[in-house]
Design a protein around this ligand. Structure first.
Ligand code: DGY
Length: 328
């Protein structure tokens, strides 16, 4: 490898990253092709862009499918994201391509956004903002509608107690006095000891929770975890929050459940077909609060994600073991 890259490697970047990180790549003597795609690249576009590339630094909107590995001689794909379902990990492994990602650094920012959405939905912030702007809120009244939900004493159901699920539970319990139930493949000892979290089967969690917050990865198993049948298990007063991946929810089914009052509200940072929201969701009006996949979008977190991806690329090109490989 060192011989192959003695003259520097060719690195393709699909989107702009922070100038100092770009400079670190160039300072290593590497040739960088910095694309400025305003949207994710298809597999065909990636294959074309990476014809002479050794390393691809990509984003979660890029489709790094099998054909990218079959038609290029890439050695390393570094996705600037924690999630890696947009990369065909099996195909990468078959072609001996290392894949790295950026776990951990976006935990706090994403958990913060989950709390922001919980508050926005349960305290009707969209309605309130519009009422003030339109001067339709009226004077203070004791029996004001819509009434909000008290988080203190309410039950938060965490689906997927990984880093972000745990950070969300911690904020909700310590900051807002919520009770925590969770569903996960394995018990989470710290959440049980420190937060009194109780592990439940998914069906029981859905029936018990006032707020259901999704934190599971996008896999075939988690696809449409919330659908017409599972939404019907929830309380009519309950709300669902998704800062994980859009594929966890059958979006038209959720839209219809909101319109029919099967559940009370939803706060979604992620969608099945980003950036488009399904018309049934939009038809649910103020019952759903939408944000455009901004869980990690704080200045510090995005800098840390870029730096982590570049650290791993430079380590790889220096023949050291990158710290954040995705297991093949
Ligand atoms: C990730 O890194 O997977 C996040 O979804 C980006 O916000």
């Amino acid at each position: 490898r060192s011989e192959r890259w003695s003259m520097g490697a060719h690195i393709v970047l699909t989107q702009p990253i922070h100038a100092d990180q770009l400079e670190r790549l160039r300072a290593g003597g590497h040739r960088v092709t910095a694309l400025e795609s305003p949207r994710g690249l298809s597999a065909a576009e990636l294959a074309d862009a990476c014809r002479t590339a050794d390393v691809l630094i990509c984003q979660l909107t890029d489709q790094v499918e099998r054909r990218v590995f079959e038609t290029t001689s890439l050695s390393h794909v570094a996705t600037v994201s924690a999630g890696h379902e947009h990369v065909d990990i099996a195909a990468a492994a078959e072609h001996g391509v290392l894949v790295t990602h950026t776990p951990g650094v976006l935990t706090d920012a994403t958990a913060d956004l989950a709390l922001a959405l919980i508050l926005a939905v349960t305290r009707h912030l969209l309605w309130g903002d519009r009422a003030v702007r339109r001067q339709s809120g009226g004077p203070w009244r004791l029996l004001h509608e819509p009434m909000g939900l008290d988080l203190s004493g309410a039950t938060l159901g965490i689906v997927g107690m990984g880093r972000i699920g745990h950070a969300t539970a911690l904020r909700a319990h310590r900051g807002f006095g919520m009770k925590i139930v969770y569903t996960a493949r394995r018990p989470h000892a710290a959440a049980e000891a420190d937060l009194g979290a109780v592990r439940l089967e998914p069906e029981r969690l859905l029936a018990a929770a006032d707020v259901v917050s999704l934190h599971a990865p996008a896999t075939a198993e988690t696809r449409h975890f919330l659908n017409t049948a599972t939404l019907a298990l929830m309380k009519p007063s309950a709300v669902v929050i998704n800062t994980a991946r859009g594929s966890l929810i059958d979006e038209p089914a959720l839209g219809r459940a909101l319109q029919r009052g099967v559940i009370a509200g939803a706060g979604l940072d992620v969608l099945e077909n980003e950036p488009a929201a399904h018309p049934e969701l939009l038809a649910a009006g103020d019952r759903v609060v939408l944000t455009p996949h901004v869980g990690s979008a704080t200045a510090r977190t995005r800098r840390a994600m870029a730096a982590m991806a570049v650290d791993d690329v430079l380590a790889f090109l220096a023949q050291e073991a990158p710290a954040h490989p995705v297991p093949g």
